[in-house]
Design a protein around this ligand. Sequence first.
Ligand code: G3P
Ligand code: CA
Length: 297
Amino acid sequence: MPSRPLVIAHRGASGYRPEHTLAAYELAIEMGADFIEPDLVITRDGVLVARHENDITGTTDVIDRPEFRSRRKTKWIDGREVTGWFTEDFTLAEIKTLRARERLEFRDRQFNGMFEVPTFQEILELARRRNVGVYPETKFPSYLRSIGLPLEEPMVEALQAAGFQGRDAAVFLQSFERVSLKLLKTMTDLPRIQLLDDAAHTMATPEGLAEIATYADGIGPDKRLIVPAGPDGRLRPPTSLVEDAHRAGLLVHPWTFRSDPVFLAPDYEGDAVREIEQFLSLEVDGLFTDFPDLIAR
Ligand code: G3P
Ligand code: CA
């Protein structure tokens, strides 16, 4: 591990290439990232693939593929109605015929149509070949388990088979779902990170952090839990979350650091490095970023 905070390439170098493609992960490695971050979902035939959602409407060309028109569905997932095309309704062979697309209109779309949806296996092979860490996230794990497609077992098996084992492995397992992390604790001693969104205020208290410390090694908080913003978007003084988490023995890996003007608080006056420097001064242990070259310089 480097002496500076870890650079975690969020969905790969997703500021420069379509997210969750081998090209995005490879570029992140070339930029000096310490970890590549695959969000994991699963195919109908039980193969883990990297997508931020099981709904692949916005990140692939599936919408323009007439052979898959009838696969469009409406589902209830975690209390929300979602309409689209879902990985769990496709075999891996079918998923492999699709090509990735950039989801954000203000980012470079010249790579649309060029890259496949990668399997977790392919990502692990890349990580081994290029000597970089992996930071996989279970996405919708309770929902996917409820339809007979659990993520945790194949994820741990694939990591073990690739030689990622033990407390010192260059791996962090992450989830927003506490139940997924607690299950993982029974299956492996690989380090675990509890993700916290900006509504997770009760988990971000000293009491909540003490509970997290019983099953995880760190937290991955929305950066606004550390540097809050007011309703006008202007930043407020930092909270005590980093200090409190450290006191509970937890690592702190906030997300997500981006230089796109639309994502940057006005206080930084267009300079994304100023935001990173602020968080480094607050002594975080790692940062999730779409632009690894901003940090790993
Ligand atoms: O996993 C850290 C961060 O990626 C959580 O947010 O929605 O981008 O997966 P998300
Ligand atoms: Ca993630």
